[in-house]
Design a protein around this ligand. Sequence first.
Ligand code: NAI
Length: 345
Amino acid sequence: MIKVAFFDTHVYDKNAFEKYNDNTEISIDFYETKLNKNTVDLARNHDAVCVFVNDTLDKEVIDKLYENGVKMIALRCAGYNNVDLKRAFGKLHVLHVPAYSPYAVAEHAMALLLTSTRRIHKAYIRTKDFNFSLDGLTGFNLHSKTVGVVGTGKIGRIFIDICNGFGMNVIAYDKYPIPNSDINYVSLDELFKESDIISLHCPLTDETKHMINEESINKMKKGVVIINTSRGALVDALALLNGIKDRKVGAACLDVYEEEGDVFFKDYSGHIIDDDLLARLISMPNVIVTSHQAFLTNEALDNIASTTISNIKSFFNDNKSSVNELCYRCGKTDTCMKKRQEKCF
Ligand code: NAI
């Protein structure tokens, strides 16, 4: 039987994964705590750990998991910026869920944009209180506005389709543009200068960290709307706050935040939030924050659970590599085992 230590468990995770917890082929121990150096010992006597975006898989945790006999890390998400893949190489195999519902995230990005531009969040609160005044609720049409999409992968492309449906003028930047596509690619600088709305759909890497910063905000149009449903650290939150205070940034729609690991996914109502930057951003009338919720649809949760379980089973039962295995040298070396359909090490 494969024993799995499941970290950062929430009710919706348990609902989606419990049906696979049959105690014959797979046995899952659900832990509410996140995985980090203080909790890593919970993984002792398990074959795999199942983790999410805010679990910590740095050198120390990876070494400890390895010492404890854990053989694989099953990420129940697409992004893997929280895993030190280089350190894991030769010790722990890392598998992820590359796509579970790009529609969920792209639709959430548009939901945030519409909420912001049409002041739905304000109107909802007003009418709940029988306040039917329209003052301060004036929005703007999306039709004919220029939207700049950074990252034209699975989610970015669906977001582009949605924007096209609204009659928007779509421009895009990707480090690896799709050849012969009908996407109107421009340079990143041009995208910053031309866009009324900017939506981020690229991964977090050393290169993309703080791509929205004081310098890039200075290049943008006055009133620009910035949407981030990718990873918090793509945006320098202090620079964003300053851009909002300077009236340069017209609105921000954030599903992710650089320091979200300390607060997101928990109920802190009734508590005093220590993160002044987050508190100040949330206090702004033109900032909408959702707590890394873009993926959260029934369809996505079902896909996450079935792919994660299939990753775990195939890793322990098959000798072949999995297309969902991640390796820091994937495809980059002549000795890449995946090319030979073998496990990475
Ligand atoms: P993907 O891998 O299909 O697409 C990413 C795109 O970014 C690729 O086209 C790639 O060429 C491009 N890219 C790579 N480096 C770049 C750079 N330096 N500058 C510009 N573009 C660059 O990934 P997918 O599925 O579209 O996801 C995008 C991001 O969305 C993920 O990296 C993840 O961080 C985030 N995400 C957020 C979720 C949420 O709940 N908020 C859920 C799922 C993903």
